[in-house]
Write a protein that binds this ligand. Structure first.
Ligand code: GLP
Length: 250
């Protein structure tokens, strides 16, 4: 596990973007695992800037996203499709056919999960997965529970996630209660994982994720088992990490 504690959100975004950029330069046809939420926005802004300076080329890059709300179409401003188009895809030369998200409008949830699993498999898995962290320790939409779910599945969002996400919806808009998410096994099979965490409201959960027991009650705690796991946290989010408690023995 590599932990980078950085000063602020700006530094977090720049350092994470450097890692993503190195990945694309070293392997131009990388499969990037992308995340939504407010934390990765700064990374995408920086990548766009470097693309515009011709330092980065997305022509051969492929992407898969972690999750999508059930019931929202790509045109819906709250959908993760829309988010990705607005915050990254339409600003760089990634080919639309090389971008993949679960289809929020799929009628048959089970076959959509199977389809998405196959897409990832056919791409040969994920080279670098970017992750944000939910306040309850979720990654993608893998919510706390009794077991780790392996593949893509459709989940009922927890109260705390619904509340956290409600801030992004306008009055009158209903926050979807279900979502499709990549499973924990798929995330863990990514060759590299990059977790970005910002703000004091994530400090407690981040210390649990990194130094607490590995448990499906804190889904991100499984990342402790990954062999190429990097965390970038700003000083506020990193405040409670006690590195003495990070067990690297196993
Ligand atoms: C959402 C997303 C997650 C994201 C999390 C944290 O629930 N499904 O993938 O990591 O929110 O988002 P933020 O970065 O806005 O705190």
């Amino acid at each position: 596990m590599h932990i980078y504690k950085v000063k602020d959100y700006k530094e977090l975004s720049r350092k994470a973007a450097n890692i993503v950029s190195a990945q694309i330069i070293l392997k131009p046809d990388s499969v990037l695992g992308l995340a939504t939420g407010s934390t990765p926005i700064g990374i995408y802004k920086q990548l766009i800037e470097w693309y515009k300076k011709k330092d980065l080329d997305f022509n051969d890059v492929k992407s898969v996203n972690l999750d999508e709300y059930k019931g929202l179409s790509p045109e819906n401003k709250q959908s993760y499709h829309y988010f990705m188009n607005e915050n990254l895809f339409r600003h760089v030369n990634i080919k639309p056919e090389n971008t993949n998200l679960p289809d929020g409008m799929a009628d048959d949830a089970l076959s959509e999960c199977n389809r998405f699993n196959k897409v990832i498999e056919q791409l040969g898995g994920i080279d670098l997965q970017i992750l944000g962290l939910g306040h309850n320790g979720h990654i993608g939409f893998n919510e706390p529970g009794d077991t780790f779910v392996k593949g893509t599945h459709c989940v009922a969002l927890t109260k705390s996630t619904l509340e956290a996400n409600a801030r992004l919806f306008e009055a009158g808009e209903t926050v979807p209660e279900y979502a499709f998410t990549m499973g924990i096994k798929t995330i863990m099979l990514a060759k590299k994982i990059l977790l970005v965490v910002s703000g004091s409201d994530k400090a407690k959960i981040l210390s649990e994720v990194l130094t607490g027991p590995i448990t499906p009650q804190v889904p991100a705690s499984i990342l402790q088992m990954h062999t190429d796991f990097t965390v970038i946290a700003d000083s506020q989010a990193a405040e409670l990490i006690d590195e003495k408690n990070i067990n690297e023995k196993f």
